[in-house]
Design a binder for this molecule. Structure first.
Ligand code: IPD
Ligand code: CA
Ligand code: CA
Length: 278
């Protein structure tokens, strides 16, 4: 089964349930805002978890299990339920942008994605601070607060606004995206580091941003946003334009028009030996 074999009604059903779960999680995120009692590092320095992450995840799991008891789930805080290679796998991030949230920087979202045979197909991302609900399904199109959205028309990197991020292992690896960030800042109109991968992807989908790249991500960061970008007419691949693999943690997502140029520049950065141009 793939998305083209599913009827629009089936895809809409998945989208509605993803939406219910994202909105329910958003209520939890709003209720806990500014009242956190527990903010702890769960592994690497800076990788935080709070009671808001856990409570939001619990309500999402409840909604998904009620509607699709046979589907597998990969949830950031509670782990894996069922087979990761199952035909239907929900990848959920109850609070994407925990660092922002813990500092009361209002840029975070709940992100619910459905992979069908490993392909991100349906997504709902709810940012409760801006009251924006991004949704999409491959083949059905994408919306923000029920209005159709589309990727931007910018076709030159020199005229683009991009976004990226830095994974929690950034202190441990030279492959930490710092050089890519400097270089692309130099040759574009700007590169944002907003702190929530799902919202970064949603902003590419609606044309506020023209492209996004990042490494060191998990399936729950990406599943919903990838489906929404593709549903909005964008393109998602690996840095070298080979097919996107959600388990690689590495993504290049653009409006399509910039894809080749941004891919070439990302590959070029790896070959720069002297940074005297900075
Ligand atoms: C993080 C955010 C951030 C990205 C990190 C992610 P979290 O997710 O999406 O933008 O740069 O790599 O881990 O931990 O806030 O759910
Ligand atoms: Ca995340
Ligand atoms: Ca998270």
């Amino acid at each position: 089964m793939n998305s083209s074999q599913l009827s629009p009604d089936q895809l809409s059903t998945y989208l509605e349930v993803a939406t219910t779960a994202a909105l329910a999680a958003g209520e939890v995120l709003q209720a806990c805002w500014g009242k956190l009692e527990s903010i702890v590092e769960k592994g690497r320095p800076g990788d935080l978890v709070t009671e808001a992450d856990k409570q939001a995840e619990a309500v999402i799991l409840e909604v998904l299990r009620q509607h699709f008891p046979d589907h597998s789930i990969l949830a950031e805080e509670s782990g894996q339920f069922g087979d990761l290679d199952a035909e239907y796998l929900w990848a959920i991030d109850p609070l994407d942008g925990t660092t922002n949230y813990a500092h009361q920087y209002p840029f975070s979202a709940a992100s619910i994605g459905l992979l069908i045979n490993g392909i991100p197909t349906v997504g709902a991302i709810f940012d409760p601070f801006h009251k924006e609900l991004f949704r999409g399904a491959v083949g059905l199109g994408a919306t923000c607060n029920d209005k159709p959205i589309h990727v931007s028309a910018v076709d030159k990197l020199a005229q683009s606004l991009l976004v990226t991020g830095f994974a929690y292992d950034r202190r441990e690896t030279p492959d930490n995206n710092y050089q890519e960030f400097c270089y692309l800042t130099h040759i574009t109109q700007g590169v944002r580091r907003a702190g929530a991968a799902s919202v970064d992807l949603a902003y590419v989908a609606c044309g506020r941003l023209d492209g996004y790249w990042e490494r060191g991500l998990s399936p729950w960061d990406l599943a919903a946003g990838v489906a929404i970008v593709e549903a909005a007419g964008g393109r998602v691949t690996a840095y070298d334009r080979t097919p996107f693999d959600i388990r690689s943690g590495r993504i290049l997502a653009t409006n399509g028009r910039l894809h080749e140029e941004l891919s070439q520049e990302l590959l070029h950065v790896a070959k720069i030996e002297h940074w005297s141009w900075l």
